[in-house]
Design a protein around this ligand. Structure first.
Ligand code: CUA
Length: 195
């Protein structure tokens, strides 16, 4: 009988109990798998970062949040969608408790779109579901994200960082229109779909 073996570690354990060396082997196996997963994830971050596919949450571009709306890039008259000489568009928005200005951005489909957003008060979030657009909007910094919309449609854009009492009601929209329906803008013109 196994129970007669003098060394207790070599005795056959009762039903349901796994011997020590088998536990150690299994732990080693899982540890190796964990290390391999960690290695793969680190490699993905390094590769996507190096190829510029991965955007950091914010540019390292600073701006004074207290005078943001008074002049310069984020002055009221400069907000909305602007056409660039290379055919792309730039959308400039301001996030504040509890709204985005403009509340609706109009952009053409199949066109590179650059969003530039800044906050006048606290941290807000900018997220377009089913796209690669997801960034924090930190006061004092300009958040920049680039994307291209392949299909026309309306994207609801919730603020996805808790920013106070009105957070749940902080929404904006991005209206993607077919390229030929997008208005031709002169360099100083801005467009939006805010009423
Ligand atoms: Cu703004 Cu939540």
């Amino acid at each position: 009988m196994a129970d007669n073996v003098p060394n207790p570690l070599r005795r056959r354990p009762p039903d349901g109990i796994v011997p020590v060396n088998e536990v150690t082997r299994s732990e080693d196996r899982w540890f190796t798998i964990m290390l391999a997963m960690l290695g793969v994830m680190m490699a993905i971050i390094v590769v996507t970062g190096a190829l510029q596919a991965l955007h950091p949450p914010s540019n390292v571009e600073t701006i004074d949040p207290t005078t943001l709306h008074l002049g310069g890039e984020f002055a009221q008259s400069n907000l909305g969608t602007a056409a660039e000489p290379d055919g792309s568009v730039t959308v400039r928005m301001v996030a504040l408790q509890y709204s985005f200005v403009p509340i609706c951005a109009r952009v053409p489909a199949d066109t590179p779109v650059k969003f530039r957003i800044s906050s006048t008060d606290v941290i807000h979030g900018f997220l377009l579901p089913n796209t690669n657009v997801n960034t924090m909007v930190v006061p004092g910094y300009v958040a920049e994200v680039r994307t291209t919309f392949s299909r026309p449609g309306v994207y609801n854009m919730p603020c996805n960082e808790y920013c106070g009492y009105g957070h749940h009601g902080m929404w904006a929209r991005v209206e993607v229109v077919p390229r030929n329906q997008f208005p031709h803008l002169s360099p100083i013109e801005r467009t939006s779909c805010a009423k």
